[in-house]
Design a protein around this ligand. Structure first.
Ligand code: CA
Length: 368
């Protein structure tokens, strides 16, 4: 065939299949000999939603970069940027989506404005705990769903740790009945805030740096944050009367890494596996670090003797659970994708709860 004719007969299609064949061949070579493919070096940027080096959740971004560099023998370097250093914290999703940065680190519920279904992969009020969420994501099909939800944004998610059950928050009013939530001004973001609003409270948006003074001056009556380790550093025990448990609104917040899908898939296979493996190490480290530090800092808070640690009454939790179901129904009625994810989540929870209740729950009741 003359070149002219060749061009006439759909050059693009011909070129396309030729490229595909070459790509497959080179992939096979990579899979057969992942350690000798090349010494090509990769330099990636990771943007995060956390202040630089923020305890645990910011630290893990640094560790991940370190582990990937070590495992790849220096072939892959990831430069970590705290929120605001390269892009504003809450623009991390977009930045990685368009490939301005190759990776991100955060929590999927920050992206509800992009896709409502994302929040189910961090946590929902009265949801699963850290152990159950890990079971869902790693062994129960949750991760595949999460990948589906992120794919339209050219993103691929990875597990990035879990906070464990958080604390219910710092209050300057006692919560003895559900009526005590009426008029309560609380800093509580996300779905938890919507639930509080249904209970007659007011979910107030306060930036991290302004929470302490807002609580001190009575601009808000209460705030949630994370758990004893982070809360102690914020100094809330100095200005709040009560520290309530449990964090019904964040029963095990799953954290995430995410990469630009196209760029990730262009990496040699061994580097892809290295990144994925490092994120699983992160998944283990974050929960371990939260638990270990929270134990130490709970004692510090108790030793200060300035705050009373209380449990929400069952009647209050029961009411909040009802408002939670109403809130979830509103979300899934507006978003078929959220409905799909929630149904999967609910089915898995239903299958694992009896097991967790028979073992972890019974044993936890024997702890103290
Ligand atoms: Ca929280």
């Amino acid at each position: 065939m003359k070149r002219k004719d060749f061009l006439k007969k759909g050059t693009l299609a011909a070129l396309g299949s030729a490229t595909l064949v070459q790509a497959c061949q080179s992939d096979n070579k990579q899979n057969d000999a992942p350690n000798i493919i090349s010494n090509k070096k990769y330099k990636w940027k990771m943007v995060t939603t956390w202040p630089p080096n923020f305890p645990v959740v910011g630290e893990i971004a640094n560790y991940l970069a370190q582990w990937v560099e070590e495992m790849s023998g220096g072939r892959m370097k990831i430069e970590v940027y705290g929120g605001g250093e390269l892009v504003p914290a809450l623009e991390s999703f977009d930045a990685v989506s368009i490939g301005a940065a190759e990776m991100g680190c955060g929590a999927s519920y920050y992206w509800v404005g992009k896709t409502a279904a994302s929040q189910f992969f961090t946590c929902i009020p009265f949801g699963m705990n850290a152990q159950q969420i890990a079971a869902w994501l790693i062994s129960g099909g949750g991760m595949e769903l999460w990948k589906e939800v992120y794919a339209p944004f050219d993103l691929i998610p990875f597990a990035g740790g879990n906070t464990g059950v958080q604390m219910g928050g710092w209050f300057n009013k006692r919560i003895d009945t559900v009526n005590d939530l009426k008029g309560l001004k609380m800093r509580i973001p996300g779905m938890g805030g919507k639930v509080l609003t249904k209970a007659g409270g007011a979910a107030v948006l306060v930036a991290g740096g302004e929470i302490y003074t807002s609580l001190e001056r009575g601009v808000i009556d209460a705030t949630e944050w994370i758990g004893p380790y982070h809360d102690y550093k914020m100094g809330f025990y100095k200005i709040a009367k009560y520290y309530y448990t449990p964090g019904w609104h964040e029963t095990g917040s799953q954290l995430e890494f995410f990469a630009n899908k196209t760029l990730f898939e262009k990496l040699p296979k061994d580097l892809q596996v290295i990144i994925e493996t490092a994120t699983m190490r992160a998944q283990a480290w974050v929960l371990a670090e939260f638990d270990a530090k929270n134990g130490v800092y709970l004692k510090k808070i108790q030793d200060e003797k300035q705050v009373e640690i209380l449990t929400f009454p069952k009647q209050v939790l029961d009411a909040l659970r009802q408002y939670t179901q109403q809130t979830i129904d509103e979300v899934i009625n507006q978003s078929p994708e959220s409905k799909k994810v929630y149904e999967h989540f609910k089915k898995f929870k239903k299958s694992i709860d009896p097991w967790s209740s028979l073992t972890e729950k019974v044993y936890y009741n024997e702890l103290i």
